[in-house]
Design a protein around this ligand. Structure first.
Ligand SMILES: Cc1ncc(C[n+]2csc(CCOP(=O)(O)OP(=O)(O)O)c2C)c(N)n1
Ligand SMILES: CC(=O)[C@@H](O)[C@H](O)COP(=O)(O)O
Ligand SMILES: [Mg+2]
Length: 626
């Protein structure tokens, strides 16, 4: 930040300083905060459009709420960069999501102002409700506020929390930040109702007419008239939906009018009971390129704000996501029963082309992973061949549905699990660290892990043909660069592939670990097996490797606990085979944020780290056992 270019912002090291500003300076502060945010994220990369849209709201919330004494809980938290800038992290925001910088989402260990750790959506109201009930039980007068977006409101947990709050009636303020966007265009009937009412002529005219009339009123009447206007507007938009849930509904309010927000929030803070303030904002506000294309500017790499984002479509081999997206379209051409489903991640999961070409078989459920899983099951019951594209970490949201609705009924649903393993900048809330453990323990599941992009395509095809539930898990970004080619041929279920023969020891590698295993094989005189299937495991190959080698090493980009290596240990134990086995994988802790390669090195899953750990272990436990 060039000294002096943001004079108001530079004077704010915490919200107490903000609250010393006279109200009339807040619009100028908003301008500086927005410009600083754009300049910073254009350099660092990260989430941009949501934060641009939340600048005035963030200022008003910290201006009126006595944070951190009053609790402010953000939903998802990707819009929290203005919040972090105003709460003492202006100096480090330029390193956001780097291993030496702040997390990309609110994090309790990072700041007292980050009252609840988020990253997965739709948790804020539940957490805030818990905090509000605790305040009531403690006889505290502190206030609790949750800020949730219209996308966040498409998830079941948000409704569960609203329904419960309306019943137990805490002192809780929910702010709905409605910009009609999720990452892509928001979906859902409630969203459609909002959009219809807020864009409707009647509401728009009333708001403009109301402003004109108010301006001509003497000041004392203006406050009363404002309230009257709010209630009249409240009758035009689905406030009743929230009032049926026990909330007092206020708004809609212009989410970029910081004075209006301060006035309304000041009133609402003084009230008690469940209140919902409906705020209308524009995602990407203040940066025309982001306003025009909020999808592209939801999450960005470093870019030049003057030129905007690059043309995209990087050169080089396709990413795993692109391999999946192309396979899905190719397969949909051949198989009319194929459906593509995403829980609000069309772009991230590679479904843009599929959605364009096969709109009748494309479903975006909104942020509703539980529903998406069971929906796929219903389709499968009727002979459809659904493919659920879902991040590994987000499938955690639909785990009971996976067990109860899909695996138990042995329904042919294919799960394309993207972002498996360490994702990098998004950190522990988004790493796909657990899916091999949580999938392989389920009866009827087939779990495949491709070593490269071509194998990914073959596995997707194999899973599609399979008569029961199947999952293919692949990492964020690119693999070893084996571009898919040739016809799709199904793999033999449960068969591994021996890539290299050695005599020293056998490296039994899964997915992204095959490449580094091959890189160290010669130095270790090791056999390398591309295991391909975590379930069903290739038992014959495992036992043969144990018979032919003095020791085994398993390698996986999943937690060791209950993962693929554990499946191998179970196989050896069941066969009464005793062999030294070293399990390499993710540690039994949450791995932080940073560049993916940097994190893999930090947990010893890059080639040098793998070689070093094997040599050390072999010396200690194989060559000179006590
Ligand atoms: C459980 C879960 N599913 C999916 C996501 C991915 N995701 C991050 S932000 C977002 C859209 C959120 O929309 P909204 O709440 O309206 O916030 P906005 O970006 O519009 O400000 C999604 C789907 C997530 N973080 N958590
Ligand atoms: C906030 C959120 O959950 C998403 O925006 C997520 O950060 C997307 O991750 P990718 O960048 O890996 O698609
Ligand atoms: Mg939104």
């Amino acid at each position: 930040m060039d000294a002096g270019s943001y004079p108001l912002l530079e004077g704010i090291d915490d919200p107490a300083h903000l609250r010393e500003l006279p109200e009339h300076q807040l619009p100028r502060l908003a301008t500086q905060l927005r410009e600083f945010l754009l300049e910073s994220v254009a350099r660092s990369g990260g989430h941009l459009a949501a934060g641009l849209g939340a600048v005035e709201l963030t200022i008003a919330l910290h201006y009126i709420l006595q944070t951190p004494h009053d609790r402010l809980v953000w939903d998802v938290g990707h819009q929290c960069y203005p919040h972090k800038i105003l709460t003492g992290r202006r100096g480090v925001i330029g390193r956001i999501r780097r291993s030496d910088g702040p997390a990309g989402f609110p994090s309790r260990q990072e700041s007292d102002y980050d009252t609840f750790g988020v990253g997965h959506s739709s948790t804020a109201i539940s957490a805030a409700l818990g905090m509000a009930l605790a305040a009531r039980a403690q006889g505290s007068r502190r206030k609790t506020c949750a800020v949730i977006g219209d996308g966040g409101l498409t998830a079941g947990e948000a409704f569960e929390a609203l329904n419960h709050a309306g019943d137990v009636r805490p002192d809780l303020l929910v702010v709905l930040n409605d910009n009609e966007m999720s990452i892509s265009e928001n979906v859902g009937a409630l969203n459609r109702t909002f959009a219809r009412m807020l864009s409707g002529g009647l509401y728009g005219n009333l708001r403009e007419e109301g402003k004109r009339v108010l301006e001509q009123m003497p000041a004392p009447m203006r406050e009363f008239a404002k309230r009257a206007e709010e209630h009249v507007k409240g009758m035009l938009v689905p406030g009743t939906f929230f009032e049926e849930l026990g909330f007092q509904y206020f708004g809609p309010v212009d989410g970029h009018d910081v004075g209006e927000l301060v006035r309304v929030l000041r009133r609402l803070r003084a009230l008690e009971g469940p209140r919902l303030l409906h705020v209308v904002t524009r995602k990407g506000k203040g940066y025309p390129r982001a306003e025009a294309n909020p999808i592209a500017y939801h999450g960005v790499k470093a870019f030049d704000p003057a030129a905007g984002l690059g043309s995209g479509g990087g050169s080089g081999p396709p990413t795993y996501t692109e391999v999946f997206g192309r396979w899905l379209c190719d397969m949909a051409e051949l198989e009319p029963r194929l459906w593509g489903i995403t829980p609000a991640m069309r772009e991230g999961s590679g479904l843009v082309e599929f959605a364009r070409r096969f709109p009748g078989r494309y479903l975006d459920t909104g942020i509703a992973e539980q529903h998406a899983v069971t929906l796929a099951g219903g389709l499968a019951c009727e002979g459809a061949r659904p493919v659920l594209a879902i991040y590994s970490t987000f499938l955690q949201r639909g785990y009971d549905q996976l067990i109860h609705d899909i695996a138990l009924q042995n329904l042919p649903v294919l799960f394309a699990l993207d972002r498996a393993g360490l994702v990098g900048a998004d950190g522990p809330t988004h790493h796909g660290a657990f899916d091999l453990s949580y999938l392989r323990c389920l009866p009827n599941m087939t779990v495949m892990v491709p070593a490269d992009e071509n194998e990914c395509r073959q596995m997707l095809y194999t899973g599609h043909l399979h008569k029961g539930p199947a999952a293919v898990r692949y990492p964020r970004g690119r693999g070893p660069g084996v571009t898919p080619s040739g016809p799709m041929t199904p793999l033999a279920i449960g068969r591994a592939e021996v890539r290299r023969h050695g005599s020293g020891l056998a490296l039994l590698a899964f997915g992204s670990m095959v490449a580094p295993a091959e890189a160290v094989a010669e130095a270790l005189d090791a056999t390398v097996v591309n295991m391909r299937f975590v379930k069903p495991l290739d038992r014959d190959t495992v036992l043969a490797m144990a018979a032919e080698h003095p020791a085994l090493v398993t390698l996986e980009e999943n937690v060791i606990g209950g993962g693929a290596g554990s499946a191998i240990l179970e196989t050896l134990a069941a066969a009464g085979v005793q062999r030294p086995v070293l399990q390499l994988g993710l540690p039994d802790r949450f791995v932080g944020h940073g560049e993916r390669d940097e994190l893999l090195t930090a947990v010893g899953l890059d080639a040098p780290g793998i070689e070093q750990r094997i040599r050390q272990w072999r010396r200690q436990y194989v060559e000179a056992p006590e």
